[in-house]
Design a protein around this ligand. Sequence first.
Ligand code: GDP
Ligand code: IMO
Ligand code: MG
Length: 438
Amino acid sequence: MSKSKLSQTTIIVGAQWGDEGKGKITDFFAGECDYVVRFQGGNNAGHTVIVGDEVYKLHLIPSGVLYSHPLSVIGAGVVVDPKVLLSEIASLKERQIEPKLMISERAHVIMPYHIIMDECLTGHQGELAAGSTKRGIAPVYADKMYRHGIRMGDLLEPAIFEEKLTKAFSFNKNVIEGAFESRFDLSFDSIYTEYLDYGERLKEYLADTELELYRGYQKGKLFLFEGAQGMSLDVDHGLYPHTTSSNMAAGHASTGSGVGLNGDRRVIGVAKAYVTRVGISPFTTEQTDDVAVRLREKGHEFGTTTGRPRRIGYLDLVQLRQAVRVHGLTEIALTKLDILSGFNPIHICTAYNIGEEHFTEMPASLEKIRRAEPITVELEGWEETTPEDIDNYCNKGYDSLPMSMQRYIEFIENEVNCPITIISLGPERTQTIIRSDI
Ligand code: GDP
Ligand code: IMO
Ligand code: MG
């Protein structure tokens, strides 16, 4: 399969706990697309793209922004912190990148009280918290569902904004002071003025993105959807309540962007060759030994958004099977195989033992997940790779990879019943192999 055989729709989604390398894979394809669309999440996401010596850390703007051609779209399902978005735009401009960007007027706005509320919730939830990024994600999605949220378009309509803010401000103030007995020293007037100003500054990007995408779709333009987070963080299908507050299952690309997708599609699940997790939850394959410490250092496993050390575990095929099923993956992009080089043997979890029961599919029960014990197999590792080896593999293709790496890849494919068509051996665009043998 070649890069240029893109379907009209390609959806790139996380298959694990986030940070799988979605930014790299999105950037890899984006140059050939007409639209690159974020459809959920907010600046809890951190997507790293490396081009030559330049490192870009994107939180809200889709990872296609580094190319001049595609239009980057922030869809209605995304939650936008305007202050963060403005600084992301400014930092791209400083680097001579003029973002070709459109933001849905229907996207909800993260307000300062959401960030305070996030802090309060984390304290209140204790053991059941997810270890949020404290960016206001759960509270902004909650306000959207309560139906007193503020949308990006409201920032252009002072009277409507005042009407809505009056309700949302007092609701949040009452909960923060009353239910959480926390300090709330925000001023209505300063928020009102500040956010109208953000609206003015972002006005040039605000549009009816749904209509724009519809028209592009009718004309046969190529669409790339960039998911944030990953399967186990999906609010319905993940390890609830240790999730985020949006759906990143690929099916949500349509609702989160407002364009009906009825043609062919590729759904690419990005999976790391091992597993990382930032935040709180049971983590069945977690390792805390020397191997985990070495992997964290070698793989630079520290959060892009918060800098927190990522917890490390071996590959979990129960998790990956769920991602294949729920996202409807047509293929997997397996990243960071270079980081596993030199580790021998390599463990993979194929199923869970929970009490007397054996699970090959993810249970819904939190009680069961807390008791899950991984059933693992050991596979032979491969030797440490040098940058020259990686260049060589990427030039020559899949068959040049060490046999034990090929066996690792094919073992996963067989177990989860999904082809691994993209192999990533480094953070750069060029450090990527597209399988031609399947
Ligand atoms: P995302 O949130 O899924 O976009 O992933 P992040 O960007 O948060 O984290 C993935 C990290 O791994 C980034 O620093 C990437 O530059 C890096 N990365 C992606 N793919 C590879 C790979 O195949 N090998 C190595 N060594 N690094 C990679
Ligand atoms: P990308 O797109 C990894 C995790 C947080 C926490 C839980 C809820 O870079 O893969 P939230 O702030 O959303 O309420 O936090 O979700 N989390 C992520 N972990 N990568 C991400 O995004 C994440 N976005 C949220 O650590 O456990
Ligand atoms: Mg990330």
